[in-house]
Design a protein around this ligand. Sequence first.
Ligand SMILES: [Zn+2]
Length: 205
Amino acid sequence: MVALVSEYVSLKPRGVDDFWGCCPFHEEKSPSFHIRPDRGLFKCFGCGKGGDVFRFVEEVEGIGFRDALERLASRTGIELKAADPRERARRQRRAELFRCSALAAEFFSEVLWSQTPDGERGRAALVDRGISEETAREFGMGVAPDSWDALTGYARQRKLPLEVMVELGLLRPGRRDPNRPYDFFRNRLMFPIRNEQGKVVAFGG
Ligand SMILES: [Zn+2]
């Protein structure tokens, strides 16, 4: 609670389980606002505002209880997760997945707008489906070239981890040698599927 409130108020300890600062809810020069972290309470003797940590977030952010709850939950989650090395590894893995899918989307899109037979075929397929260039560009669409190793070669050239590309479903492990994967999507339009943050998480083909 001290860390949270300190984001809004400069607190000074005064005695046991007691921190004082200038109230964030009204104008003042000398502190009449204090918190009791062990009890999870705040109180201002100037404007009379007081309550628990949820009330504090509601008041200071001007949001409702639900939003305050979510904000505190995600905040606590972030702090807990950051301390967990397995969670850190998972995050790095996720970041790697995002990076690879973003670069793959870029690759497919470059092919689609290129002056190559693959690009021409892709643009013809857009016309067939009644998709305008504007829409295709807006959604970052692309085309997978008619090749077994175009994306694999691109991944090698960009030093993308091939096992991550396999995990994304973009490459398939080789039948004879799993370390020599091949392109899964060939000669088809690619639709990047994005999450709420706008990051590419998968492809529809
Ligand atoms: Zn106050």
